[in-house]
Ligand binder design. Structure first.
Ligand SMILES: *[C@@H]1O[C@H](CO)[C@@H](O)[C@H](O)[C@H]1NC(C)=O
Ligand SMILES: *[C@@H]1O[C@H](CO)[C@@H](O)[C@H](O)[C@H]1NC(C)=O
Length: 312
């Protein structure tokens, strides 16, 4: 208790008065062993739960299906999916579909199961076809429009992370937003796929470039790999893309010096740091990021971050 009070005093004394925004990472969800949430990530249920927990903004991941529908899933074509995303499996076997390989009409064949949470650690039970819980019935991968229709009327905003392996996804996402919501609901459009040194696994798409001159949205550069020159190259890239935000991992951002954070802010950029899906982000981690001067935190536990910020 004493330690906590000292931490709060330190925060209050050490940091500017602007409130840190709470961003729900894939909602208030989880898809990995040991998670806290019983709701699978990137489902409408997960977004509504994050709002209930006090998130200001919801972060979602979009892909294109084979028939050009925008579906929401973090399932990556190149990652170790069986380990990372066991909540999305086919009905008939335990393989996980790649969105660009299936048509959205097939979605019912790819149910999202209840999260493999701390309370239910048994993987065999988890992978069985029938597994679901009373509060999390089997659901399917949502379409972007379903997320827009669920979240936007609440007044909360979305960070839409572009994934996919096609550069026209940004344009298609913009059309969808125009049709089913309004641009006021979009906090930022982000991507890791914005330049050669940032792309994962050698894929050289640039998903942000087609949106770089679009005044209807703000852009964010996701950053996964540190650059030897500190933040200078990231700031230069942000100018090129007319980006408003840098989105580094919290672990990377915590290694930035005070001068680096100042350099970023003086360039007119804001910073959202994110915790990976396997991070069990705790108060101490939030405090560290807030003391660094972060503007927004994308967390796996919006409730815990909300509680902390409300006490400041
Ligand atoms: C599982 O099902 C998918 C889609 O129905 C199919 O493409 C894949 O080959 C199957 N995998 C196995 C191991 O049977
Ligand atoms: C840069 O983006 C903002 C919106 O974030 C927009 O208002 C402005 O017109 C853009 N500038 C250029 C040069 O595209």
């Amino acid at each position: 208790m004493l330690t906590m009070s000292l931490i709060f005093v330190f925060i209050v004394c050490g940091v500017a008065s602007k409130r840190t925004l709470v961003v729900g990472h894939r909602g208030n969800g989880c898809s990995q062993p040991g998670c806290e949430s019983a709701i699978p990530e990137n489902t409408v249920e997960s977004y509504l739960s994050a709002i209930e927990m006090g998130a200001d903004v919801i972060e979602i991941d979009v892909w294109l299906s084979a028939d050009n529908e925008i579906v929401i899933t973090h399932r990556d074509k190149w990652a170790d999916n069986e380990r990372l995303y066991p909540s999305i499996v086919t009905m008939n076997n335990d393989t996980i579909p790649t969105p660009s390989d299936y048509s959205h009409r097939d979605r019912s064949r790819f149910p999202v199961k209840a999260a493999w949470s701390r309370d239910r650690p048994d993987p065999n039970m988890y992978l069985s076809q029938q597994y679901s819980t009373p509060h999390t019935p089997l659901t399917t991968i949502p379409l972007l429009r379903e997320a827009l229709q669920a979240v936007c009327p609440t007044g909360k905003k979305l960070v839409v992370e572009l994934k996919a392996d096609r550069e026209d996804i940004g344009r298609l996402v913009m059309t969808e937003i125009e049709k089913y919501a309004s641009f006021d609901c979009i906090h930022a459009i982000s991507s890791f796929y914005w330049s050669k040194h940032q792309v994962l696994g050698g894929y050289h798409f640039d998903l942000l470039k087609p949106l770089k001159d679009d005044p209807r949205v703000k852009r964010a550069l996701l950053i996964q790999v540190p650059h030897p020159d500190g933040v200078t190259s990231f700031i230069k890239a942000a100018k090129y893309y007319n980006a408003s935000y840098l989105h580094p991992s919290c672990r990377m951002m915590n290694r930035w010096t005070e001068a680096m954070m100042q350099e970023v802010h003086q360039a007119g950029l804001e910073v959202m740091c994110y915790f990976g899906s396997q991070s069990m982000d705790k108060e101490a981690d939030f405090v560290k990021a807030i003391n660094k001067g972060v503007d927004e935190i994308c967390t796996n536990s919006p409730k815990r971050l909300r509680n902390l910020i409300d006490k400041l």
